[in-house]
Design a protein around this ligand. Structure first.
Ligand code: GLU
Length: 521
């Protein structure tokens, strides 16, 4: 094909990207960031975003893990256009359901000399490793150095290979890696990347159970699904030479997606990849949502349950390794989509900073309107055993949201609006308490009976007037009043609180605190 026609053809291909998780457990924030970059790229270029479940390794099957991934994507608002759930024109989207597709491609590779049948038993493989192990080569691989001394179709006579296959002897198909070739590609993040093929082993492509390995399946499916760009974590970079060769050997090089290997998310100190264990050790989540291990029943906490808004989670993930150069950090999904470009992804890893993550959440809570927060705050309160009525909560949310970093902070910040405190910070009251103040509060509580309008400014005016006639500075009465209504020294303006909780509750809480002060005096 003439180069120009080829390039025009490339340009006119519709952008198609994929997230291809193996459903083996909780979804790490690095995984969600990969989804996000895929999604933003697809949306920016009017393309398709595909979810493909890579479940060919039956030994690693974990019940519930696929549903969990779907739930995480739903929570983040990263909905695939094609997926096992949504279907699509090039499905199935679960590799285990595509088993019948892969063998023909493995056979094609054998036929054109780029792969071979290997009959070695596990003890033969073990022997090879024992035989070849040296100080400089502590874990010998099945590669160009040993393949001609093993039991495979490169060594055995053709008739014997045919007999073994006809007899159904267990075998795998391995790629025949060239001994000494330099292969290279242009990575969208890392630029020019090159590999010496001799350093890579003859990876298994098709397993004895007829299932493909990841290496074969990823290439076949990216091809059959028309993937134009493949973004994945940097940990997959060492596998890239195998994939590049498979694209070439299968004759599909012209359709090969452009690759982007995304930098790692690092521990806060920058030393190595952020792991689940780091999260446990340092007290923050690394999974998108709570993950319950079906075997051990152990629950690993997620950002959602920790009290993050999905808007904040997505925003902070986008900024872990990318920015648009403007200095603007808070961006909605639409803004991210409009500003996203692969060339501004950093090459180096991004250090995870939980304080910064919380800052994003706080900013999003501040910006969110009451109706947006209402369902999440209601859920938080009800899991703490508080059942708020929606109208009161609508009044309360704007009063307290500036004080909340996590959604779970709403429990402390709003709980006293719905139930009287069961304990008070009496020490703070007693520090400047006096019999005059006690009398004043008892009288003011009764006087409130007569207040014609129950709203903050009227309550405040009455409070000040009563303070003046009692000869006490209002400032000296305000802290005790707050502690009476709230339980502690926090919350929005105290007269706003009185207005929301109502006349009766205000009076009852004042009297209850006076009684508690008497008994502890
Ligand atoms: N199944 C691989 C994973 O679990 C996908 C890697 C890729 O995107 O090529 O991450």
């Amino acid at each position: 094909m003439p180069l120009l026609a080829y390039l025009c053809g490339m340009n006119s291909r519709k952008v198609r990207v994929r997230f291809a998780p193996s459903p083996t457990g909780g979804l790490h924030l690095g995984g969600v960031r990969t989804v996000l970059y895929n999604y933003l790229f697809a949306r920016r270029h009017g393309g398709d975003f595909i979810l493909r479940i890579e479940d060919t390794d039956q030994t690693r099957f974990v019940p519930g893990a696929e549903e969990y991934i779907m739930d995480c994507l739903r929570w983040c608002g990263l909905i695939p256009d094609e997926s096992p759930e949504a279907g699509g024109a090039v499905g199935p989207y679960r590799q285990s359901e595509r088993k019948a597709i892969y063998r023909q491609y493995a056979e094609q590779l054998v036929a054109n000399g780029h792969a071979y049948y290997a009959f070695d038993t596990s003890s033969e493989l073990e022997d090879m490793r024992d035989r070849c192990r040296t100080e400089s080569n502590p874990s010998p691989q099945y590669d160009g150095r040993v393949r001609m001394s093993m039991c495979n179709s490169l060594v055995l006579p053709a008739e014997e290979v045919a007999e073994r296959l006809a007899a159904g002897m267990p075998h795998v198909i391995r790629i025949r890696m060239p001994e000494d070739e330099m292969i290279s590609f242009e990575d969208m993040v890392r630029g020019h990347v090159q590999f010496q093929t001799g350093t890579v082993d003859d990876k298994v492509l098709l397993k004895a159970d007829g299932m493909p390995t990841y290496h074969l399946a990823v290439v076949v499916d990216d091809y059959l699904m028309g993937i134009t760009h493949a973004f994945r974590g940097e940990e997959w970079l060492p596998s890239a030479p195998v994939h590049l060769l498979l694209w070439k050997y299968l004759g599909w090089e012209a359709q090969m997606p452009r690759w982007a290997h995304l930098p790692l998310i690092l521990k806060p100190d920058g030393h190595g990849k952020l792991s689940k264990r780091d999260g446990d050790r340092l007290g923050f989540p690394v999974f998108a949502m709570n993950w319950k291990d079906p075997k051990s029943e152990e629950i690993t906490r997620g950002f959602r349950e920790m009290g993050f808004l999905p808007e904040a989670f997505v925003n902070l993930l986008a900024m872990l390794g990318w920015n648009d150069g403007s200095g603007q950090e808070i961006m909605s999904m639409d803004e991210l989509r409009d500003n996203f470009s692969m060339d501004r992804i950093h090459k180096g890893g991004a250090k995870f900073d939980f304080e910064k993550a919380k800052w994003f959440n706080q900013e999003w809570i501040k910006r969110a309107d009451t109706e947006r927060l209402l369902p999440d705050v209601t859920a938080c309160l009800s899991s703490a055993g508080i059942l708020p009525d929606a109208d009161t909560l609508r009044r309360v949310i704007p009063l307290v949201k500036e004080r909340c970093t996590l959604l779970t902070d709403f429990v402390e910040q709003t709980g006293y609006f719905f139930r009287a405190p069961d304990a008070w910070d009496l020490d703070s009251v007693k520090a400047k308490w006096s019999p005059e103040k006690k009398t004043w509060f008892a009288q003011w509580s009764t006087r409130l009976e007569a207040l014609p309008i129950w709203e903050a400014t009227a309550i405040e005016a009455d409070f000040k007037e009563a303070a003046a006639s009692g000869g006490i500075k209002p400032g000296e009465l305000q802290l005790p009043l707050r502690i009476m209504l709230v339980g502690g020294k926090f919350g929005p303006p105290v007269f706003e609180i009185a207005a929301v909780i109502g006349r009766e509750q205000t009076q009852a809480r004042i009297l209850a605190t006076l009684a508690a002060l008497d008994t502890t005096a």
